[in-house]
Ligand binder design. Sequence first.
Ligand SMILES: [Zn+2]
Ligand SMILES: [Zn+2]
Length: 381
Amino acid sequence: MGLDGDAGFGEANRRTEVAELEVALVVEDSRVKSYQVIDFGSPLRDTDLPDPSPTGHEVVVAVKAAGVCHSDLHIWEGSYDLGGGRRLMLKDRGIPLPLTMGHETAGEIISVGPNVTDRKVGEMVLVYPWIGCGVCRVCRDGYENLCMKPRCLGVHCDGGYSDQIVVPNSKYLLPLDGLDPVSVAPYACSGVTTYSALKKLGSVIKEEPVLVIGAGGLGLMCVTILKAMGGKGAIVVDIDAKRRAAALEAGALAAVDGSAPDALAQVVAALGGPGWAAIDLVGSPQTAALGFDSLAKGGKFILVGLFGGSSPWSLPLIPMKAVTIEGNYTGNLAETRELLDLVRSGAIPKIPIRTRPMSEATETLEDLKAGRIVGRVVLTP
Ligand SMILES: [Zn+2]
Ligand SMILES: [Zn+2]
């Protein structure tokens, strides 16, 4: 660069070089660190991505809390066990790699697109991640979480395991109004999922105990939210003694060891007879059988967990017992709003939450996989 003998031109060049260096430094400063799935099952890789600038209705949120959810394990591993030797492969289902996971995100708005009028920079918000196409029938009915063309943050689009998350529309942001981002983040998935499952049981929860199978992050949420909804209480099943103790501490009426040979008899005794309502947060053939077998005639079984396998029920028993078997996938935006109002009211006891630095995302997933986590882990920047 530069022409020898032309001092003026050389000086100009030097100035240009300095300016370029400054630009490069600015760009270097404003890159966003994300922890991404590069290959299914491989450790997450920390990647520097360009600083996003929001367009249209988009909002950029600086992540202050990113909950680590059990379903992240399935995304990370790249498949679901469908039973009978079949697997649902995520690479065949439009899950793009590299992908930044994280669908339980809370943080601070740092920039908004030109069309955003209802949210301001500096506001602390919870990000609703279960976003659909916005135009199909279920989306128009307010059930974007059930859209067949999902754009869920942290699943189909980049999520919260990052310094920043881009939210496609400000309507998916719920103000925290002073609530703590770390304790609120898990309500975007484990909270609203169990809230929606409990709502499906109707008013029976006020009169009868609910069987809750699984006392991980979801189970503890379910126990505490049931309490806040005015429920009679939960009988919890888990094979892990520490998790059973955590469930009792969270307010469960009783906790049964699911691996006991007489687990069903113990459950029915704790329920005071065959039950009216069971929520299976695990979703294995064993837990689904236990939930189904515990029901009285006319009872309701809500299946939430995605552990995998085939259904264990004998077909004639479904009509003979006139049971309802219903699936539940997360919850909708309106339910998330209702749930946050419950949180604000102070009615929901806090579940144990441990924070870990974002850089420990892979180790956290490994701990979750190995069953070493009680309650919830939330990653923080
Ligand atoms: Zn989740
Ligand atoms: Zn849709």
